[in-house]
Design a protein around this ligand. Structure first.
Ligand code: IPE
Ligand code: IPE
Ligand code: MG
Length: 261
């Protein structure tokens, strides 16, 4: 099945033309600010989560239009269980519902959906829906959307270490051979590229435990906008900023300026 082009942005704008080498291969998105968006309007927090569904779809549309191959969306962290029972229950139900509601659209755009996160504690209904999405979109290749649900960067790293230890005890690998490359193979999505651009909305400037290993050299872009107000234009602005960054990865080039005469 050939993929359909996503619906256009209401403004009619299309993605800015940026040379392919300056387009991030993997964008990590911390979809933050739903609760504040709702509370500012005199609404309960869950109304903000509801309003965020459209933003996620629009950002995926924008990623496709710009040729970004991988988007990781932080939907529920391993720390979000600390929230009120009402909010946790809402988020679990909502997460499964969004996936069910949007599956056909994402499928038609050629999006491959994957899940990163821990299984224990996560609602069975959500796991089932994530697995349906993974199965039904496995053949798609326009863009990969990694839904990070019950995800925590430290949990992912600790789980990888535990599996490595078990494999070493079973004689499958030699402890002395564990290096960064072998370690990365034990992470949730080992075949995906490192995060190039780490985008967080709502004005907060922190990782909150998202893709810690993969973001070691990511460019951080913080936007002072609450998630439900986000659309693809925000993503494109962020990528334009990213494209200006000088990525050095620890290297350095001597470029002494000529003394003014
Ligand atoms: C992000 O918005 C969504 C989730 C964490 C699920 P928040 O719910 O964190 O909204 P704020 O940050 O409290 O405004
Ligand atoms: C990060 O946002 C988690 C998600 C967006 C799913 P939080 O709102 O939970 O993070 P903190 O509490 O501000 O660090
Ligand atoms: Mg938040």
């Amino acid at each position: 099945m050939t993929a359909q082009t996503p619906y256009p942005h209401p403004s009619g704008q299309s993605a800015p033309s940026i040379p392919q080498k300056f387009v991030p291969r993997h964008v990590a998105v911390v979809m933050d600010g739903n609760g504040r968006w709702a509370n500012e309007r005199g609404l309960p927090r869950n109304e903000g989560h509801k309003a965020g569904e459209r933003a996620l779809l629009d950002v995926v549309a924008g990623a496709i239009e710009m040729g970004i191959p991988v988007v990781s969306a932080y939907a529920f962290s391993t720390e979000n269980w600390k929230r009120s029972l009402d909010e946790v229950n809402f988020l679990m139900t909502f997460c499964g519902d969004v996936l069910e509601r949007q599956l056909e659209t994402l499928k038609s755009w050629g999006v491959r959906i994957r899940w990163a996160g821990r299984r224990p504690k996560l609602w069975k209904s959500v796991i089932r829906q994530l697995e349906v999405c993974e199965r039904e979109t496995a053949g798609n290749s326009v863009c990969t959307l990694v839904m990070c649900v019950n995800y925590g960067g430290r949990a992912e790293i600790a789980d990888a270490a535990a599996t490595i230890a078990a494999d070493a005890a079973a004689g499958k690998i030699k402890p002395g051979q564990v290096n960064e490359k072998t370690f990365a193979r034990y992470l949730d999505e080992p075949d995906l590229p490192d995060v190039d651009m780490f985008l967080r909305t709502s004005g907060e400037q922190r990782f909150s435990n998202f893709l810690l290993w993969q973001s070691a050299y990511a460019e951080m872009v913080f936007m002072n906008i609450l998630w439900p107000d986000v659309d693809r234009l925000v993503l494109w602005d962020a990528v334009e900023e990213y494209a200006q960054r000088d990525r050095r990865y620890g290297g350095a080039i001597d470029s002494v300026s000529k003394p003014k005469v």
